[in-house]
Design a protein around this ligand. Sequence first.
Ligand code: SF4
Length: 372
Amino acid sequence: MARHKPAVRSLPFDTHPTALSAPLLVWFDAHHRKLPWRSNRDPYRIWVSEVMLQQTTVTAVIPFFERFLAAFPTIVALAAADEQRVLKLWEGLGYYRRARHLHAAARQLVASHPGELPNDPDVWHSLPGVGRYILGAVLSQAFDRALPIVEANSLRVLARLFGYRGDPREGEGKAWVWSAAESMLPQKRVGDFNQALMELGSLICTPTRPACEKCPLAAQCVAHSEGLQEKIPPPKRQPVITAVSEVGIVIRRGKQILLCRRPANAGRWQNMWEVPHAERIEGEELSVAAVRVAKELTGLTVKPGDEIIAIRHSVTRYRITLACVEATAAKGTFAPGFYTEAKWLTVAELADYPVSAPQRKLVNALVSARDG
Ligand code: SF4
């Protein structure tokens, strides 16, 4: 049986790439945002910004980018840094695997190519965390290499422009959108062109109600001419949400609190710090769960107290309610098991350790309680 192929409309104009790139570049020159990573073509700055921008908005990234570059102005400085410092400066951006990969890749590059960031796709392709998007984004912007990029914004622009009716995020659609991006690359200013596609998606060709009247590609756009902007691309398939109930335990010994370090092979938040927490058994009382989880994760016998705060957060398709209780360490000493190490710290000292966003909310609540 013949496989279904999503329809690709032919363009209602001369498909020579300059028919698209020329007006897009004119628009980009006039309207692009002045962003800190656009101040020069330093491949290191571009690379850091592109890693940060994956899954994160431009507005959210700017302060993190500036702090990170102030701490690690060069790839050599980043490679020499302790991983805990890198994670601490990434704290709040989420997706910490990106930071660990960036750090590991910096070390690899400094060892193999001291003094330069090479204009060589093979070298970049071998680095941890560098996929087709990062490769194209860095090498096209820094060296004008003829490499395409596809991310959420450019994907939307390309699908609408060409009137692509399938899902460009999956299977054949994914291959189609990359080849469409490649087919449009101009001879010169490839990096600017790639940025222009993303910028157009971010500022004009927005997910809902795109401002087609301001779009430099409106005359050539299939979705615009057929009134299909809101239908292309199709909405993302939404995952089934699962509710999870967790207990977190603030174990106190005098004025100190036990903070534990997650292992390097933990599914998420690897090597970061936290108060012990785990899922509750269905129907389990909070105080019973606190005693059980403290014993299982730290080896300590605790006496549970009051609930301090309930923190709601999401991880992929899980909606987690983390109910945090106070407890005093009654018996035993910390025993590494799941956690690799632990420290008894004052509330003030908790600020120095990289923790996840929900754990930072808990720490903030502890700081407020101390000061309140
Ligand atoms: S004309 Fe409208 S739908 Fe088409 S690319 Fe421009 S903003 Fe997007």
